[in-house]
Design a protein around this ligand. Structure first.
Ligand SMILES: [Zn+2]
Length: 261
């Protein structure tokens, strides 16, 4: 018998329309001004061992400052799915960019799963250099550091299984310590790429995203996603509006939540 199976839900809390120039690196950025809609999601992995939340979105204030449309607090959207946010035991923080760790406060019982390298980078010498500084909120990073002093961080350096059938994997590339999530579901392995692949197109065209820590590492992350999924598994990108069209909506939450597996 294999590990317990889990359900996966994607939950939309924000949106924006950028351009190919914003989102694609190098030759894939053309035509530069072509509009590209992007969705902002958090994820729920539901199994017998309790809910695992993946990422915490951005706050209305920090999203607003960047011109992003903030539709609902991620914690509220998860509440609408029946998640008791004050009792969630595990929250995986894929990486520390502003759109992934903003709504930490309501998860008062959670342990936050972080990669050593992500914490090291954002508390290290290059964090305040312009192109890095602009993709994080200092207050959000400080909240994570504070959680560490409260012994609420679950540190990972590489790969780790959190509960049977749910594991995190260091992939890097887009950020120093970006981690993807692999989930055992009723239809096999599903890999949540998070920002290792924002869109299906990143994988289909082997086209890196424009915001990056390390270009070679981003190609390496594509390879790692395929390796994690295996021959029969599925990779789910982290920001593609296609998800809410491709997967069935949760009744009553159409346009907000869909069931991935
Ligand atoms: Zn992101």
């Amino acid at each position: 018998m294999g590990p317990a199976t889990h359900e996966i839900y994607v939950v939309k809390y924000g949106e924006y329309v950028g351009t190919r120039g914003h989102y694609f690196y190098g030759s894939a950025a053309d035509p530069h001004e072509a509009p590209v809609p992007i969705d902002y999601f958090v994820w729920l992995v539901r199994g017998t061992e309790g809910d695992v939340v993946v990422d915490l979105g951005f706050r209305a204030e920090s999203g607003g400052r960047r011109g992003r449309t903030h539709l609902r607090e991620p914690s509220v959207a998860l509440g609408e799915l029946g998640v008791d946010v004050a009792r969630v035991p595990w929250v995986i923080l894929s990486h520390f960019h502003y759109d992934h760790i903003g709504d930490l406060g309501p998860f008062s019982a959670a342990r936050f799963v972080v990669q050593d390298r992500e914490v090291a980078f954002w508390t290290g010498r290059y964090a305040n250099r312009r192109e890095f500084r602009s993709v994080v909120e200092v207050d959000d990073v400080v909240a994570v550091v504070r959680a560490g002093y409260e012994r609420r961080l679950h540190w990972v350096d590489g790969d780790a299984e959190l509960v049977p059938g749910v594991s995190v994997h260091l992939v890097g590339g887009h950020s120093a310590g970006l981690q993807a999530v692999k989930v055992h579901t009723a239809r096999g392995a599903v890999v949540l790429a998070i920002d290792a692949a924002h869109f299906y197109e990143n994988l289909e065209r082997d086209a890196p995203f424009a915001t990056l820590h390390d270009l070679a590492g981003m190609y390496g992350a594509f390879d790692r996603l395929h390796e994690l999924a295996g021959r029969d598994g599925e990779i789910v990108p982290g920001h593609d509006p296609e998800l809410l069209r491709r997967f069935p909506a949760v009744a009553g939450l159409e346009g907000i939540a869909a069931r991935i597996a």
